[in-house]
Design a protein around this ligand. Sequence first.
Ligand SMILES: [Zn+2]
Length: 120
Amino acid sequence: MSNGGQGTAGKTRTCPHCRATILQSSTACPVCRKSLRWDPHTEKHKPPSFSALKVEGSVKHPPVGETWEYSLMVSVKNEKGEEIARQMVGVGSLQPEEQRTFTLSVEVFTSQTAGPAKAR
Ligand SMILES: [Zn+2]
């Protein structure tokens, strides 16, 4: 837990549109995709980002059988295998022959304002 004045790295705020917890540095909400008010000064320093991980998979109910219920969990572990976040993203149900596709994406933001990377 190094929080010794590392700038705004990891700071969060609440999306004014959908109330999701998002990164303070976000210029658009990743949940509702609406753009966020951004003051012109920081606009110039919009942090570059890239998609570090994307996993997509589908679950299909066979044509026969009873209704399925599902819950979608996401957990985040650190390098020691300790769970640092665990969240229920959604629940739902599947009728025979219905299908759901689940996508998990991790966007990484790099920014000078986010503080230096830990030097080794
Ligand atoms: Zn939103």
